[in-house]
Design a protein around this ligand. Structure first.
Ligand code: CU
Length: 350
């Protein structure tokens, strides 16, 4: 095959693989009931190297524990505030049909939860999709730069044919951090702040983790932008489908290799792992791949295929200690429930 034909055929083969994904069947289940307990704790996390950040972390981790339930489930969450500031929890994207007092907005749907107090949220998990929970007190500080967020995944009663083919599921919550305010809780998150650290699941490269797949996997990436900056995520070597926007299925998924995620948004990408190798995944807002101005850092990781050697002595992650579940990929395979994640825990603040 000539070089020019190969150049055309290869992308066509990729697109055919993606098109073949859009076709298959449904399957429902009975509604469940869940009671979860969350605490809000003054917690110091390390983004990378010596860059620590004082957070108000759910159960002492950033992002917070995974909440994973089925569409229509009855959910009760007891939230205890162990910090010295007030907080609430907003369940971003859940419609709260008939339960508006559970929407978590201080001064609108409830009084803020005082230090030492507990508030119980009770609502129905709907609609299905990729959602998140976050504080709604001083969001400019608590959400944008104190790590007060976690993934809330609601599986659909009737999955799309495309999502039924998924074999691996990853949560990537991207964030940005102005180091000026790192150890000054109660301050910051104001116009003019300079975000100089950027993270996936609370870590900056090289402290992020590789995404390990095998050829033939159908991989779902659930992207979140939690802070005040845009992220433009590029996956090398693959064409993916943008299949869901803010939890909702797109009538016609869009083929792409880069996706822009604005603050608060979520995109679910579905991709066939059909190109064995080692591939960069990074924020194409290029300054977001620095740590305090130094490249390479921030929002970067790699896709590593099973069977591809990692022994090149110049490979930056040749000796990387692999930490499973960094992207909640193992927790997402477990029965419905709430899952803490040791990989994401910080230290109690002094
Ligand atoms: Cu808060």
């Amino acid at each position: 095959m000539s070089e020019s034909i190969a150049r055309i055929v290869r992308p066509v083969a990729l697109v055919c693989a993606l098109t073949a994904l859009i076709a298959a069947s449904p399957a429902p289940a009975a509604a469940g009931a869940h009671t979860f307990e969350l605490t809000i704790q003054d917690t110091v996390i390390t983004l990378v190297e010596n860059q620590k950040f004082h957070t108000f972390a759910f159960n002492g981790q950033v992002p917070g524990p995974l909440i994973h339930v089925k569409e229509g489930d009855d959910v009760t969450v007891k939230v205890t505030n162990l910090t010295t500031l007030t907080h609430t929890i907003h369940w971003h994207g859940l419609v709260q049909n008939g339960s508006w007092r559970m929407d978590g907005v201080p001064g609108v749907t409830q009084p803020a939860i005082n230090p030492g107090d507990t508030f119980t949220y009770h609502f129905k998990a709907e609609p299905a999709g990729t959602y998140w929970y976050h504080c709604h007190v001083n969001v400019n500080e608590h959400v944008s730069m104190r790590g007060m967020w976690g993934p809330f995944i609601i599986d659909p009663l009737n999955p799309t044919p495309l999502e039924k083919k998924v074999t691996r599921d990853y949560v990537l919550m991207m964030g940005a951090w102005p180091s000026k305010w790192a150890m000054k809780p109660g301050y910051g998150g104001v116009p003019g702040d300079v975000e100089d650290y950027f993270t996936i699941n609370g870590k900056s490269y090289p402290e992020t983790q590789p995404i390990r797949v095998k050829k033939g996997d159908v991989v779902r990436f659930r992207l979140f932008a939690t802070s005040d900056v845009l992220h433009s995520l590029h996956i090398h070597g693959h064409v993916f489908l943008i299949a869901f926007k803010d939890g909702h299925r797109l009538p016609q998924p869009i083929e792409a290799d880069t996706v822009l995620v604005a603050p608060g948004e979520r995109y679910d990408l579905i991709m066939v792992a059909n190109n064995p190798g080692r591939w960069m995944v990074h924020d194409h807002i290029d300054t977001h791949t620095t740590n305090a101005g130094k490249p390479m850092g921030g929002v970067m990781t790699t896709i590593e295929y099973e069977g591809v050697e990692r022994t090149d002595d110049w490979y930056e992650w040749k000796d990387k200690k692999f930490v499973p579940d960094f992207y909640y990929e193992e927790s997402l395979r477990k029965p419905y429930g709430m899952y803490e994640n040791t990989a994401l825990k910080g230290q109690p603040a002094q």
